[in-house]
Design a protein around this ligand. Structure first.
Ligand SMILES: [Zn+2]
Length: 546
């Protein structure tokens, strides 16, 4: 948050970016990848969309990236940024508590038995000279707070890196072949695509921020800070602008739907603690709550934290980090659902770039429009509640998680006259690319939802949903019926009120005219009340990948 901590973060990130880059470059033998691909005699085609898709699918299946070094580098880096984040949190808290700098400041945090820093109103630090030193490595052994989770998720993070690497290298491969480049040039292009300086730096900034914010939040929580404020540091950061300056309870969602940064590659947003104004401390203790409130400005009125509550020995909530204390996800199943959702979400995010490029190409090729790209990923929150709700039916969270096939979703929109032909052409192309395609036709009487939904399984077994709409049926779903669904969602679906809302959605959908040629296309399906969450649950969310 302070200029000093940002400079120190950038210095640590730059150092690690060099190591990340080397680890990515060493993750494949690019010449061998090229030779192996040529051994498959890839058919010559003028359809570069197909050529790229084929090379990427081949890479996903056949190229094993060795990310062992990458994971080691990342773990060490998480440790370094975590200890940096602890200091930053102490600095933020001391700064916000407005005790001012104290000459005897100590820049080495006092830690509680859980390894989390204890609030010290006189904490200051000279960032210029600061390096993590051995403390980052030591933190890897004691794994305080969220650092343990981050280290536990390194395999998932590396899988995202691998997925996107396959995408990058497949594209470089197909494009090099199409240009008629020499094998050496193509091999170099493959290696460079994986280990560009920009990619390494983006990974370093984003993952460093992840570890730092985790340490910030752990430190705030350990010291009973109850509210945090989002700060956008990069004025170009359009994704997070709505969150700038917003205050929420720890663990609650900011306007974007995220609970904490980073939410996109290169996100450098911070969270600062909301602290009581302690200026004029001597009489502070004598003031009543109302008198204190009267002295605070609007944003400070939101202060819930109270220094009187600081108790350094307080144990951490064992159930999970930053639980907001309400909600229905506080049981064991809830925590399990959240963890499966996180895995699903990370994976969906990892395969997203390949998919988006392919879907965009296919949409262009067949005269359809790719709509709603902002909604191409189901939110982690939606996935969590979908899994948690599914558990009620007697299944385990793991079983429910395996049934989810729409963590990645795309929507193509076309004229009614072109609808069937376009859907079929896209279906065929996907099948030629090795996808398994199941066509579900919701253009049926009595359905509360109209459209064709394709359930796709890519050659690696990832499941994706592709919806086909006319402009009218998309507007019906997104504009007319969505607000009704929002109301419906809050109700018990067995009540007459809920059923009336569903009937309203069925009646609205019945006003749509079915595009020609759909009576014998795909499997007929009728959208029912209970299916509704499948049609929604995609809030606008982060894009991008590492
Ligand atoms: Zn951001």
């Amino acid at each position: 948050m302070s200029k000093g901590s940002r400079v120190a973060s950038a210095r640590v990130a730059a150092k690690s970016a060099v190591k990340i880059r080397a680890a990515l470059a060493a993750s494949i033998d690019a010449r061998r990848v090229y030779t192996q691909y040529m051994d498959t005699n890839p058919p010559v085609t003028k359809d570069q969309v197909l050529a790229r898709a084929r090379a990427r699918a081949w890479a996903m299946k056949n190229v094993n990236l060795d990310l062992a070094t990458y994971k080691k580098v990342l773990a060490r880096y998480y440790g370094d940024m975590y200890v940096l984040g602890q200091r930053e949190a102490l600095e933020n808290m001391a700064d916000r508590a407005q005790k001012g700098p104290v000459a005897t400041a100590n820049s080495k945090p006092k830690l509680n038995p859980q390894g989390l820093p204890i609030f010290d109103p006189s904490f200051t630090i000279n960032w210029d000279a600061w390096t993590p030193g051995n403390e980052g490595a030591a933190a890897l052994l004691s794994k305080p707070g969220g650092l343990k989770d981050l280290l536990g998720e390194i395999d998932i993070q590396a899988r995202g890196i691998a997925d996107y690497s396959h995408d990058l290298l497949g594209t470089a491969l197909a494009d090099g072949i199409a240009r008629g480049d020499t094998p050496v040039t193509i091999a170099n292009a493959i290696r460079d695509s994986l280990s560009s300086p920009e990619r390494a730096l983006t990974i370093a900034i984003t993952e460093g921020q992840r570890a730092k914010i985790s340490a910030n939040l752990d430190s705030y929580q350990a010291n009973n800070v109850e509210q945090i404020q989002w700060t956008v540091n990069d004025p170009q950061d359009a994704d997070c602008l709505d969150n700038d300056g917003e205050i929420v309870n720890l663990g609650d969602e900011f306007p974007s739907g995220n609970t904490q940064p980073p939410v996109h590659p290169n996100c450098q947003c911070d969270v600062i603690p909301v602290m009581p104004d302690l200026s004029g401390t001597p009489e502070y203790a004598d003031l009543t709550d109302e008198e204190i409130a009267a002295r605070l400005d609007d944003s400070e009125m939101a202060v819930v934290a109270d220094l009187a509550k600081y108790n350094p020995d307080q144990a951490r909530d064992e159930r999970g980090r930053f639980s907001s204390g309400g909600g229905g996800l506080e049981d064991k199943h809830g925590a399990e659902a959240a963890s499966h959702a996180q895995t699903l979400y990370s994976h969906a995010k990892g395969i997203e770039p390949l998919l988006t490029q392919n879907m965009r190409d296919l949409a262009d090729k067949h005269g359809t429009k790719l709509e709603g790209l902002d909604f191409r990923l189901k939110t982690q929150e939606s996935l969590t509640s979908k899994i948690a709700l599914g558990v009620k039916d007697g299944k385990t969270p793991a079983e429910v998680a395996r049934t989810i096939s729409d963590a990645n979703r795309y929507t193509m929109v076309t004229d009614p006259a072109n609808y069937r032909a376009a859907a079929e052409a896209v279906q065929k192309d996907l099948q030629n690319q090795g996808y398994d395609v199941r066509v579900k036709n919701y253009w049926q009487e009595g359905s509360n939802y109209k459209g064709v939904n394709m359930a796709l399984t890519d050659p690696s077994g990832n499941r994706i949903e592709l919806q086909f709409h006319t402009a009218e049926s998309l507007a019906m779903k997104e504009e007319t019926n969505h607000p009704i669904y929002k109301e419906y969602q809050k109700m018990d679906e067995t009540t007459p009120e809920a059923q009336a809302l569903n009937a309203q959605m069925v009646a609205n959908s019945a006003t749509l005219s079915t595009p020609p040629g759909l009576t014998n296309y795909g499997e007929p399906k009728i959208g029912k009340a209970v299916d509704l969450s499948d049609f929604y649950g995609y809030d606008r969310r982060e894009g991008g990948n590492l």
